[in-house]
Each structure stands twice: as C-alpha cells, then as structure tokens.
Design a protein around this ligand. Structure first.
Ligand code: COA
Length: 327
C-alpha cells in the first residue's frame, strides 16, 4: 500500500495589509519589518469570513486539482488554532460547506505545526483502516482574529489563509510520504500562546480588557527553539530515508520569519536557492503556511515527479516536526 498526494489547493483573502499600512497603525516601519522578518504584506479576512470559509474555498480548488468530488472524501482533518467555534469542529463546518457527506471530520490542535501533524494522522488512519481511502488534509487560519493590532511585537507577523492537500491510498508500493518525525514539549507553553478564551482563563470582561484573548510571544526564545527543533526533525527524516541535503529539491519550512528559514537551511547544508519562501506575500499564517506553500510550488510547476520535498514546522505547544515527500 502507498499514500499519494493527488491534489492541492489554497485560498487567501483578497484584502492585502502591507507594511506601509501597518506604519499607520503602530510605531513600526517597512524597513524594520522587512529586515527582521522578510514579510512585506499579509492577507486579512473580513469580519464575515470564518476559518471554515477559507478552508472550504481551498478544498474546492484541491478537489478540482485531484479530479474527484467532495463525496469521494472519507476523512477531513483541519489543523487550526482559530476554529470557527468551540464546537462543532471547523472540519465539520467545512464538510457541510463543500458537501463531503461521506467524510469523518475533526480538528487538530498543534498551532503552527497543525498541517504536518494533520498529515501524520491522516496518513496513519489511511494506512490503518480500509474505510479511509481519501483525505483532505487542511491547514486553515483566521489568525488575524487572535492578533492585538496595537502590539507591534506580534501584529506585524501574522496573516490569514488556508492550504490543502488531498491524499489517497493506492495499491502501489511507492508513497509520497517517505518519512516523518514529530515532537512536542508542553513545558514551554508561555513562550507562544493565547492565554485566554479557553477553560483556564475564560474571557470575562476583566480578562478581555487585559487583552488575554490575544497571542503573546517571547520572540527571541521562540526563534532559537524553532531553529533547533526544525533542524533536529529534518535530520531525523533525512537519516531515516537515506536522503542527503543535495538531493532535496525544496525545503518548505513553516513560513515564520526568513531569518529562521535561512538558519534552518544553513544548518542542514541546504542551499538557500532550494528554500521555498512565500512569507513576503502572506506573513505567518500559522497552520496554513505549509499547505499554502505546497500548493504554490505545485501550481507554479516548480516541482516535478520524483523530486524530494522536505516540509518542516514549529509552533506553540511547543510542537514541531518534519515530513519528507517524494513528489
Ligand atoms: N517595529 C519596530 N520596532 C520593533 C517592532 C516593530 N514591529 N517590534 C519590536 N520592536 C523593537 C523592540 O521594542 C525592541 O526595541 P528596544 O531595543 O528599544 O527594546 C527592538 O525592536 C528589538 O526587539 P526584539 O524583540 O529584540 O527584536 P528581534 O530581533 O528579536 O525581532 C522578532 C523580533 C519577533 C521579529 C523575532 O524575535 C522573531 O521573528 N522571532 C520568532 C517569531 C516567530 O516566528 N514566531 C512564530 C513561530 S511559529
């Protein structure tokens, strides 16, 4: 049995928020944001758009690219930190919007690593049970809903979007997914979190006024830990599969900050020319970023059959991982 990626899709909202726009909102400037992060602009969803709206638009594109219908889907997993509601899951809401009435649906919480974790779970479920043949693996975020637009430390970083891959179980021996490694460490919850809005710190008027509904981050610590964790996971999957740095066509890291991406590539001895970056256009879209990049790589014809593509992510939790694909 093998697992193949048979389609990709993505969606980003139309509204573009540039660094120049941010200059009018907080004490920052394009030069600071560009040199520290590599981000030039990001997409922001309007107030009537929920995460499942972003996800379903991306799914419709992915289904078209796979040349199948929504009813052919047995499993929908949405990696997200910005669910539409506490419940039903964003996956169920997406199911209803696209008409995937035969699918089992649930969300997965792993912050910015949500897409890779979802791919890991979907692959395992397809491998384990005959009833699961095709899955929509989705990373979708309306991350702008967690951002304090008065906090220049964080508001410059994030954007909204959704990325999807369709995976299918095949009879063949070959698999698109060659190896994967995931990690978590709950000891560092405070480095990157949204403290309020859950059961630990419900949103009362007082907590709301304190801003506990917004993302908080210790930027420099996150930076260091992100580089170390992604490099560790990438090395593990490269070792396990016997693939060397010079064989990697694309390294697609979670699009957090171009300095993080460069540091990861450099430690893996992968040339910067082989690092796929689109964070200049979309910023950090959390769980959506890898799916967005994979779809862009696919749609622009930047990848050929048989190419090795190394995905790696890091996020709140802490969570991290790497997955090696043969396209
Ligand atoms: N515009 C202008 N100045 C800013 C600013 C902004 N948007 N944000 C912070 N600053 C200021 C700080 O107040 C500080 O000023 P001070 O020296 O007077 O105190 C100075 O710039 C340096 O801040 P610092 O936080 O040390 O900057 P940095 O080089 O660490 O860059 C990040 C900040 C957030 C870009 C960087 O730490 C980072 O990218 N970390 C990883 C974040 C990430 O990717 N998170 C998601 C992971 S999934």
């Amino acid at each position: 049995m093998g697992i193949k990626i048979i389609g990709t899709g993505s969606y980003t909202p139309e509204r573009v928020l540039t660094n120049l726009d941010l200059e009018k909102m907080v004490d920052t400037n394009d030069e600071w944001i560009s040199t520290r992060t590599g981000i030039k602009e990001r997409r922001i969803a309007d107030e009537n758009t929920a995460t499942s709206d972003l996800a379903s638009r991306a799914c419709i594109e992915a289904l078209k690219s796979a040349n199948i219908t929504a009813e052919d889907i047995d499993l929908i997993i949405v990696g997200t930190a910005t669910a539409d509601k506490a419940f039903p899951s964003t996956a169920c809401l997406t199911q209803a919007k696209i008409g995937a009435k035969n699918a089992v649906c649930f969300d997965l919480s792993a912050a910015c690593s949500g897409f890779l974790y979802s791919l890991e779970v979907a692959e395992s479920m397809l491998a384990a049970k005959p009833q699961y043949k095709r899955a929509l693996v989705i990373g979708a975020e309306k991350f702008s809903s967690l951002v304090n637009w008065k906090d220049r430390n964080t508001c410059i970083l994030f954007g909204d979007g959704a990325g999807v891959v369709v995976i299918e179980k095949t009879d063949g021996e070959t698999s698109s997914i060659l190896a994967s490694h995931m990690g978590s460490n709950g000891d560092h919850e405070k480095l990157l979190q949204v403290p309020g809005g859950g059961t630990a710190l419900p949103i009362t008027k007082e907590n709301f006024d304190e801003g506990h509904q917004y993302v908080t981050m210790e930027g420099q610590e996150v930076f260091k830990k992100a580089v170390t964790a992604m490099v560790t996971s990438c090395k593990k999957v490269m070792e396990e599969s016997g693939i060397t740095a010079d064989q990697i066509k694309w390294l697609i890291p979670h699009q957090a900050n171009y300095r993080i991406l460069k540091a990861v590539a450099s430690r893996l001895k992968i040339s910067e020319d082989n690092v796929f970056m689109n964070l200049d256009k979309f910023g950090n879209t959390s769980a959506a970023s890898i799916g967005l990049a994979v779809d862009e790589m696919n749609k622009t014809g930047s990848v050929s059959e048989g190419d090795y593509v190394l995905l790696t992510a890091f996020g709140g939790g802490l969570t991290w991982g790497a997955t090696l694909l043969r396209w």
